[in-house]
Design a protein around this ligand. Structure first.
Ligand SMILES: NC(=O)c1ccc[n+]([C@@H]2O[C@H](COP(=O)([O-])OP(=O)(O)OC[C@H]3O[C@@H](n4cnc5c(N)ncnc54)[C@H](OP(=O)(O)O)[C@@H]3O)[C@@H](O)[C@H]2O)c1
Length: 252
């Protein structure tokens, strides 16, 4: 038991979640870091020993609801912030579309986050305070080529977060959505196409922490790419599709 504020971060073994864990630990938070790779989480905790805060590994698979429940109840309350970041991307061409690919992405990105929410919301309600941030993506705004499964999971998370905000804002729970553009991580290292405004994970983690300190429901970055995607979000379909074809070189 210590007096540090507490943050629970999922998907903390690498990429954005790892950078976020170090960012919050450097700011004096007690970070509970979750992912499946126990060894990576212990290495991360070791890495944080010189920092103001600390990192406690909390290994779990977010697709396992009872494991999430057990792990969450081992965290010292109050949980001040929860960042539900674990997720993955797999390119999915519409030619040879496999529902199984969609199912696996939904299972992790949407339903895994749902497992976390199921056990987290009662804790937050009991505390009568806390912040829950869900990591979606700018790719959740509208349909993009080769991303039918991924985009659908992220669009669902954006809608889910908006709904939760309306339901929970009067109960002291602050719901946020985080929509990153391209961030350099083991996930995007697999991409073979040009990634506009690619940023590093440390900068992304700083943008997220600062954004969550602010008042905006949506935290999105990097600003230039996010502004372009935000503009495209509101275009009529007759203009949106030609724009995307030009930008990505995909389609007619
Ligand atoms: N990188 C980008 O450009 C970008 C852009 C927009 C949105 N995002 C979103 O940001 C989040 C993090 O992305 P990233 O690029 O950092 O990805 P990443 O490098 O692949 O890291 C994903 C993290 O999720 C964890 N994870 C995967 N399956 C899990 C499971 N079943 N249970 C618990 N943890 C699990 C992984 O750890 P284990 O394998 O050890 O479990 C890992 O720590 C994702 O939701 C992604 O969709 C990323």
């Amino acid at each position: 038991m210590n007096n540090m504020p507490t943050v629970w971060i999922t998907g903390a073994s690498q990429g954005i979640g790892e950078a976020l864990s170090l960012e919050y630990a450097s700011q004096g938070y007690h970070v509970y870091a979750s992912a499946r790779s126990t060894g990576s989480l212990h290495a991360l905790a070791q890495h944080a020993t010189q920092l103001k805060g600390e990192i406690t590994p909390l290994p779990l698979d977010i697709t396992d609801s009872s494991a999430v429940n057990i792990a969450l109840h081992s965290i010292d309350t109050p949980i001040d912030i929860a960042i539900l970041n674990a997720g993955t991307h797999r390119p999915q061409s519409a030619v040879g579309f496999q529902c199984e690919d969609l199912r696996q992405l939904m299972e992790l990105n949407l339903l895994g986050t749902g497992n976390c929410l199921e056990h987290l919301i009662p804790i937050m309600l009991q505390q009568t305070k806390g912040q829950i941030a869900i990591v979606a993506s700018l790719a959740g705004y509208r349909g993009l080529p080769d991303a039918s499964g991924y985009g659908a999971t992220k669009a669902a998370l954006i809608n889910l977060a908006e709904s939760l905000k309306l339901d929970l804002e009067n109960q002291g729970i602050d719901i946020r959505i985080i929509n990153p553009g391209f961030v350099k991580t083991p996930l995007t290292d697999k991409n073979t196409f040009p990634m506009p405004d690619l940023m590093n994970a440390d900068s992304a983690a700083k943008s997220i922490r600062k954004g969550l300190q602010g008042k905006q429901f949506e935290v999105r970055f990097p600003w230039r790419f996010a502004t372009v995607m935000g503009f495209l979000r509101w275009l009529p379909a007759s203009l949106y599709f030609p724009w995307v074809r030009i930008m990505t070189g995909k389609g007619k």
